[in-house]
Each structure stands twice: as structure tokens, then as C-alpha cells.
Ligand binder design. Structure first.
Ligand code: EPZ
Length: 420
């Protein structure tokens, strides 16, 4: 089958309303958590994404019964027998590593393939493994696999993370909820997706306190039931569509979202000259009609700081703002790969290590480009919406990992975009 591309005719202002999808980075750990449930987990607001499908394939591989009805996914792990996941499945999605904690919590054994790197750099898992070993997990690395056993069962431990890793925090929680005794996580990641995971697990009978803060305490319980839960909205997808409004000087309402977790992003939109209002429980209004200017600097931090996942989108948006914007990427060591593709669209970006300089240009012009990773691909879509002429984006499988029906969503608010 010929490679799919997104074809965008730029220059059209976005106007209208977008209902934001459920959060990819919440639904993935929630699906892993379902492995621990001796009952049925019903998850609403699950976006249709290739990463979510990959997680469901892993659950099927573990003999969990999964079904999807529109945006509701049901998982029953009652009769889960296998604890082996095929290498191909494990390697398909690097972030599936938190299935390790869930499978160990449920069965006490897991053979997991050493994760490959990914487009953002080596992505080590030393913090995950160090913590699991403190909890009684023996890990033997052999022929590219980690053979994880728990000879004396998983027990609670006091864990201080050298870096507040999101995935490591989630893995520890998943291993700790049915462990013997109490687990403390210090310097835990504070991302909203961790709060969502904790809320779901507590509905299933877990005893987790402090999620969202840097100190999380989990008291192990004997077993977990199932529960019904709604996945939180995707704050990065929200920021993406806000950047699409900004770069086309349009105005959008984003509904079914949550602005509470976006406090580091709003001030940047306002510094650039956008009007941003929040109203009701879950709506954001952005108007970018006014003249805009470069925000000066954007520095990524762990939550609640400016999210690294929004960095590529803002880099696209600042490409046509008068002035210079300095980006400092503190989370990943190789997260500027989209810069060279944006330069093919006429942007003027210099990137060196963890720092990039964007010098605003009068306009972008359409070209053939390729997505380098999930958010880098979304950045090319954002830029293509404003570029004069036609932009054709290849390797859009990266984008489909995290954006549900991106072309239908953007077309619904006035973009000229199609998938061939
Ligand atoms: C999660 O990745 C997200 N993925 C990422 O979103 C997000 O960018 C990242 O958190 C940071 O917010 C999911 O939730 C599925 P980390 P994760 O562990 O857990 C280093 C997207 O676009 N590190 O917080 O892998 C690591 O190398 C994706 O949706 C270690 O050194 O992120 C990186 O530099 C991209 N050792 C930093 O920490 C470890 O054991 C942040 O990684 C683990 C991580």
C-alpha cells in the first residue's frame, strides 16, 4: 500500500469549535492498570489512536478480554493467564514499559524485551528497573530480554527518583498497589495523567495518596476490583489545536478539555498576542486575530512547568512571529528533529543540543516534508496550515499515534487538509 500522506493547502484561518479527545498519555497507563483488576474495567473517552490499539493488542496477548464500543473500552483481566508479550508488540511502543509493573503486580513474572531507543533519544529505563528491584524484583538480562521474577513476591519500598520520570512513577504505582506493605515515591512525577491513573486505581480499591504531588504513598491491598472511569482530556492535543488557531490567526473554541493543567501554556499564548479565555467546566476560547509577536523564550520543565510535548507545536507557531524565540529543551536530549523539516517549509531555525533559536519569517511556503516523531509531525501539520501553497507530509503513522482523526478535526474548522 502506498505510503499515506497528509496534504494541506495552507493560508486558511481556522474558525469554529473542536471537542478535544481523551488523553493518550492517560489511556495507556489506564489500560495497563486493567491487568491488575480481578473484575471489569470500563474506560470512557478513550481516543482511537494507534498507540491505544497497540496497548489493546498487548492486553489480548495476555488473554485479557477487550472490546471497544465507540470511545468506551472494556477490559476484563479476570482470566488472564499469560504473562508473555510478543517481542514485536513490546518493541512497537516504547512507552509500553509500564505494562511491566502491572504484569509483575498481577503474576509475579515477566519476560520483557529491552526497549529500543526512540526518536527522542536513548530513553533509558534505569529509574524503572532500579525501583522495581528495590521492591523485590530480580531482573536478569539475557539475549536482549529482561527476565523479571519476584522470588519473595513484590514488597513495598521507599523510593527516591533521581528524575521525576512519568513512566517510572506509573510503573512503580502499578507494581505497588497490590504489593505487600507500603511504598513511598519521592521526587515523583506530578503530571495530571498520574493523578488520573491514581483516581482509577483507587476506584478499584487501591490505597494511593499524594498523586499530583512529588510524594506519593501507596498501601498495598490484596486485590483490585474493576471500575468505570472517564479518561481526562488531552492537554497536549488541546495545546496543538490552540497553536493551529494561532498560526492561522484564527479563533477556536476547544470544548471537553481541561484548562486547569495548562497553566504554563496560557501565558505564552498571551505573550504572543492571543486572547485566551476559559469558561464553564471544560471550554477554552482562543482568538489570534490581533497582531502577534515572538514570546522571547520557551523553556520546558516537568509538570507543572511548560510541557516538553508542546515544544514542537510552539516552535511551528513561532516560526512566523516577528522576533526571535529561544527554546530550551530540558527533558529530552534529542527533541529538535522537527526543526530541519520546519526549515524546509521556510522557517529559520538553528538548533544545537538542547537549545534552538527561531527567527520569525514573513511567511512559510509549502513543501514535501516528513514527520520525525509524534509531536514533531503535529508541528508540521501546524506549520502547513499557514504555509503558502501545498504541504505534503509523509510518515504520518507517527501522528496517528496520538491524534484522533486529525484531518477530519482540522477540516471541520476550515482547514484544507486530506489524507491520500
Ligand atoms: C512520558 O514519557 C510521555 N509518554 C511522553 O509523551 C512525555 O514527553 C514524557 O512523559 C515527559 O512528560 C507517555 O506518557 C506514554 P519520562 P516517559 O520517563 O515516561 C529520562 C508524547 O509525545 N529517563 O518522564 O518516557 C528520559 O530519558 C510522549 O506523548 C531516564 O533517564 O518520560 C527523558 O530524558 C513523548 N531514565 C526524561 O527522563 C528512566 O528510567 C523524561 O522521561 C526514565 C526516564
Amino acid at each position: 500500500m502506498a505510503e499515506q500522506k497528509l496534504i494541506i493547502e495552507g493560508g486558511r484561518r481556522l474558525e469554529g469549535e473542536i471537542a478535544v479527545q481523551g488523553a493518550k498519555n492517560s489511556v495507556l497507563p489506564l489500560l495497563a492498570a486493567a491487568v491488575l483488576c480481578k473484575g471489569t474495567a470500563v474506560l470512557h473517552n478513550c481516543p482511537r489512536l494507534s498507540d491505544a490499539d497497540a496497548a489493546l493488542r498487548i492486553l489480548n496477548c495476555l488473554d485479557c478480554k477487550c472490546s471497544r464500543e465507540m470511545s468506551t473500552v472494556t477490559v476484563n483481566a479476570e482470566r488472564m493467564t499469560s504473562n508473555e508479550v510478543s517481542t514485536q508488540l513490546m518493541r512497537e511502543m516504547r512507552s509500553s514499559i509500564f505494562f511491566l509493573g502491572a504484569i509483575l503486580g498481577r503474576t509475579g513474572y515477566c519476560k520483557w524485551s529491552m526497549p529500543g531507543g526512540c526518536e527522542l533519544g536513548p530513553r533509558p529505563i534505569d529509574l524503572h528497573l532500579g525501583a522495581l528491584m528495590k521492591m523485590g524484583v530480580d531482573i536478569k538480562e539475557e539475549h536482549g530480554f529482561m527476565h523479571c521474577t519476584t522470588p519473595k513476591g513484590i514488597h513495598g519500598a521507599k523510593i527516591s527518583l533521581a528524575f521525576p520520570s512519568v513512566g517510572a512513577t506509573e510503573n512503580i504505582i502499578l507494581a505497588a498497589v497490590t504489593a505487600k506493605g507500603e511504598t513511598e515515591i519521592h521526587n515523583a512525577a506530578r503530571e495530571p495523567e498520574i493523578v488520573d491513573l491514581s483516581n482509577f486505581l483507587n476506584k478499584c480499591g487501591a490505597r494511593i495518596k499524594g498523586a499530583g504531588s512529588g510524594a506519593i504513598v501507596i498501601e498495598g491491598v490484596k486485590e483490585l476490583t474493576g471500575a468505570e472511569h472517564s479518561v481526562i482530556p488531552d492537554r497536549i492535543v488541546t495545546a496543538t489545536y490552540m497553536c493551529c488557531a494561532g498560526i492561522t490567526r484564527g479563533e477556536l473554541v476547544l470544548s471537553k478539555t481541561s484548562y486547569r493543567d495548562m497553566s504554563a501554556v496560557f501565558p505564552i499564548f498571551e505573550q504572543m498576542g492571543c486572547s485566551v479565555y476559559t469558561y464553564g467546566e471544560d471550554c477554552i476560547y482562543i482568538n489570534a486575530r490581533k497582531s502577534m509577536k515572538a514570546p522571547g523564550k520557551i523553556i520546558t520543565h516537568v509538570h507543572p512547568g511548560f510541557p516538553t510535548d508542546a515544544q514542537p507545536l510552539f516552535m511551528a507557531m513561532t516560526a512566523t512571529l516577528p522576533g526571535t524565540t529561544v527554546f530550551v529543551e530540558n527533558i529530552f536530549e534529542n527533541r529538535f528533529r522537527h526543526a530541519s523539516e520546519l526549515n524546509r517549509l521556510g522557517a529559520r531555525i538553528g538548533a544545537e543540543g538542547r537549545v534552538a533559536f527561531v527567527e520569525g519569517v514573513g511567511h512559510l511556503s509549502g513543501a514535501e516534508v516528513e514527520a520525525t516523531d509524534l509531536r514533531g509531525g503535529a508541528a508540521l501539520v501546524t506549520a502547513g496550515l499557514a504555509a503558502e501553497g501545498v504541504t505534503r507530509i509523509g510518515k504520518i503513522f507517527h501522528i496517528d499515534r496520538g491524534y484522533e482523526n486529525i484531518e477530519d478535526v482540522l477540516r471541520s474548522v476550515g482547514a484544507s487538509i486530506k489524507r491520500n
